[in-house]
Design a protein around this ligand. Structure first.
Ligand SMILES: [Zn+2]
Length: 98
């Protein structure tokens, strides 16, 4: 899996590459709070690993995560080459609509 979408396989160079839709739901595996700003991001912010409900795992920016196994959902559009996830404020089961 690659984000953003690539038209050529990054491992072997083959084409075409199948396009599949994942998300928007997943669970947080681990995360860290970052306290130092970069040119791109103003601290404090969070990054961590999220396992999507379909299985793939992403390292991504997060927002308002407070515990492991917290339900999150993909929200909004890509920001630069990063996708945003936000903590899901509902109790909707993983894999539910949303
Ligand atoms: Zn390949």
């Amino acid at each position: 899996m690659t984000i953003p979408i690539r038209r050529v396989c990054p491992a072997c160079g083959n084409q075409p590459v199948a396009e599949t839709t994942y998300g928007p739901r997943g669970t947080v595996e681990s995360w860290v709070d970052l306290q130092v700003s970069t040119d791109a991001y103003q601290a404090p912010y969070q990054v961590g690993f999220v396992t999507l409900s379909e299985g793939p795992r992403l390292f991504t920016r997060l927002e308002s995560v407070r515990s492991r196994d917290q339900a999150v959902r993909l929200a909004g559009e890509p920001d630069r080459d990063t996708y945003w996830f936000v903590a899901d404020p509902t109790t909707t089961p993983i894999g539910g609509q949303g």
